[in-house]
Design a protein. Structure first.
Ligand code: UGA
Length: 435
C-alpha cells in the first residue's frame, strides 16, 4: 500500500515509520521545510527510543521518504493520513482544528484514484463529517472515503505501542475503506490484534473516552494517596489490592504529582467542551480536569510543608522535569507548576533532566541546569524527584549524603522504599506513604 502521512509530529512520524516497517511505501509530509530537510538527513526531531534506527533503516531501503510538497505524496496514495496537531484552542479549551481542516482542503484537489482519507489526529466527534464536507466542496467528483483511526501510542514507548497495540480502532461504514485499513494493519491483523470496526463518530469518541478514563483512573488513585497520607495507609498496597481485581486492572494506578503531557490535559478539556456543546455535560471528567490542575500546584505546598513551612533561601535540587521519563516533552509537565512556586517562595533551583533541559530552559527561567544527578545534588538542602527516569532509581545514597548538606528528600514518584532512604539518615516524603 502507498501511504501519505501529513504531519511529522509524534504521532505522524512514529506511525509513518511503523507503517513503512510493515512493508508499505510511506511518504511523510510536513510544511516545516527545515524539519523535512533534517529528517532527510536522518536527524530525528523528537526524543523517542528506537525511532532513529527505524526511520533510517526504512529510508535506506526506500520505503520511507520525506517531502514538504503534498503534490508528491497525495495523488498516488491509497491512504492519506492526517496526523497534524490539535492543540487546545486559546481561551476556550476546545480542540483547535484549523490544521486538520487546512490539510483536508489542501488534499482535496490532489486526489486522483480512490483514496481513504484517515484522521489520525485526536479530533472531536463530528470532525470526520466536516473533513468529508470540505473535500467534497473542493473536489465534488473525487472518489474517497473519510475514516477515523485514532492512535493510542504513548511517548517513550511509541514504537512498541504502535506495533503491538491492544486494539486498532477504525471508524467508517464504507466496506471499501475498511478493506484498505485492514490491508494497512495486516501484520497486526495476522497476529490477531482485535480490530474495532465502527462508525466514525464512535471511533472519534473512543479516543477521548479512553484518555479521559485513564486520566480519571490516575486522578482517583492520587486522591486515594491523599487519604493514605492522613490515615497511615500505603498507596502502593491500595493500588495493588484493588488493581488485582480484573475489573479494575492494575495499570495506570501509580500515584504521582498529577498527569501532564500533550494528550491527557488537552483531551480531557476538549471532551468537557464537546459534552457541554451537545447537551450531555460530564461532571466526572470536569472534576478530573480541576482536581489534576489543583494537584500539580499543591505539590509545591507539599514540598514547602515537608521543609517545615518555608523554602525561603533554600537550595533545592530537582531531578527530572519532563512530564514522564523517556521523552523530552515538557508540555503540561507538573514541573512547570511546581518549580515557579518554589522560586517565588524564595528557593534557588538546580535541576537536571536527561532529555528535557533544552525545552525546559526556555520554559523555566532562573533554574541552574546541571550536568548529572550528583552535580545537581551538590550543596542542596532539599532533593526533589519529579520524574522517574531510570537513572534516578538507583542513586547511591552515601554519595548523595556526602554531596548535600540537607537531609530532606521529597520523592513525588515513589521510586524508593521509605525505609531504605531513611536508613541513610534522610527524612523522606513520598506520595501516599508514611515518611
Ligand atoms: C497518553 C495515553 O497513555 C496514550 O494511550 C495516548 O495515545 C496518548 O496519551 C495520546 O493521546 O496521544 P502519554 O501522554 O504519552 O500517552 O503518556 P502516559 O504514559 O499515558 O502518561 C500521561 C501522564 O500520566 C504522565 O504525566 C504520567 O506521569 C501520568 N501517569 C501515568 C501517572 O501519574 N500515573 C500512572 O499510573 C500513569
Amino acid at each position: 500500500m502507498r501511504v501519505a502521512m501529513i504531519g511529522t509530529g509524534y504521532v505522524g512520524l512514529v506511525s509513518g515509520a511503523c507503517f513503512s516497517d510493515f512493508g508499505h511505501e510511506v511518504i511523510c509530509v510536513d510544511k516545516d521545510e527545515s524539519k523535512i530537510e533534517a529528517l532527510k538527513r536522518g536527524e530525528i526531531p523528537i526524543y523517542e527510543p528506537g525511532l532513529d534506527v527505524l526511520v533510517n533503516g526504512n529510508m535506506r531501503v526506500g520505503r520511507l521518504s520525506f517531502t514538504s510538497d503534498l503534490a508528491t505524496a497525495v495523488p498516488d496514495a491509497d491512504a492519506v493520513f492526517i496526523a497534524v496537531g490539535t492543540p487546545s484552542r486559546r481561551g476556550d479549551g476546545h480542540a483547535d482544528l484549523s490544521y486538520v481542516f487546512a490539510a483536508a482542503q489542501e488534499i482535496a484537489p490532489l486526489l486522483k484514484d480512490y483514496t481513504v482519507v484517515v484522521t489520525k489526529s485526536t479530533v472531536p466527534v463530528g470532525t470526520g463529517d466536516e473533513v468529508e464536507r470540505l473535500i467534497r466542496e473542493t473536489a465534488p467528483d473525487a472518489a474517497f472515503d473519510v475514516a477515523s483511526n485514532p492512535e493510542f501510542l504513548r511517548e517513550g514507548s511509541a514504537i512498541e505501542d504502535f506495533k503491538r497495540p491492544d486494539r486498532v480502532v477504525v471508524g467508517t461504514t464504507s466496506e471499501r475503506a475498511r478493506d484498505v485499513m485492514r490491508e494497512l494493519y495486516r501484520p497486526l491483523f495476522l497476529r490477531e490484534t482485535p480490530m474495532v470496526m465502527t462508525n466514525r463518530q464512535t471511533s472519534e469518541l473512543i479516543k477521548y473516552a479512553g484518555n479521559a478514563f485513564l486520566a480519571t483512573k490516575i486522578t482517583f488513585i492520587n486522591e486515594m494517596a491523599d487519604i493514605c497520607e492522613k490515615v497511615d495507609a500505603n498507596i502502593q498496597d491500595v493500588a495493588k489490592g484493588i488493581g488485582l481485581d480484573g475489573r479494575i486492572g492494575k495499570l495506570f494506578l501509580h500515584a504521582g504529582p498529577g498527569y501532564g503531557g500533550s494528550c491527557f490535559p488537552k483531551d480531557t478539556l476538549a471532551l468537557v467542551k464537546t459534552a457541554e456543546d451537545v447537551g450531555a455535560p460530564t461532571k466526572i471528567v470536569n472534576s478530573v480536569v480541576e482536581v489534576n490542575a489543583d494537584r500539580k500546584k499543591r505539590m509545591a505546598t507539599k514540598i514547602i510543608e515537608a521543609a517545615g513551612g518555608s523554602v525561603d533561601g533554600k537550595k533545592i535540587a530537582v531531578l527530572g522535569v519532563t512530564f514522564k521519563p523517556n521523552t523530552d516533552d515538557m508540555r503540561d509537565s507538573p514541573s512547570l507548576d511546581i518549580i515557579p512556586i518554589l522560586q517565588e517562595k524564595g528557593a534557588t533551583i538546580r535541576a537536571f533532566d536527561p532529555a528535557g533541559m533544552e525545552e525546559a530552559g526556555r520554559l523555566l527561567p532562573g533554574v541552574d541546569w546541571c550536568e548529572n544527578a550528583y552535580d545537581t545534588i551538590a550543596g542542596a538542602d532539599i532533593l526533589v524527584i519529579l520524574t522517574e527516569w531510570n537513572e534516578f532509581r538507583a542513586l547511591q545514597w552515601d554519595r548523595v549524603a556526602d554531596a548535600m548538606p540537607g537531609r530532606l528528600v521529597v520523592d513525588l514518584r515513589n521510586i524508593y522504599f521509605p525505609h531504605e532512604v531513611a536508613r541513610q539518615g534522610f527524612t523522606y516524603h513520598s506520595i501516599g506513604r508514611s515518611p
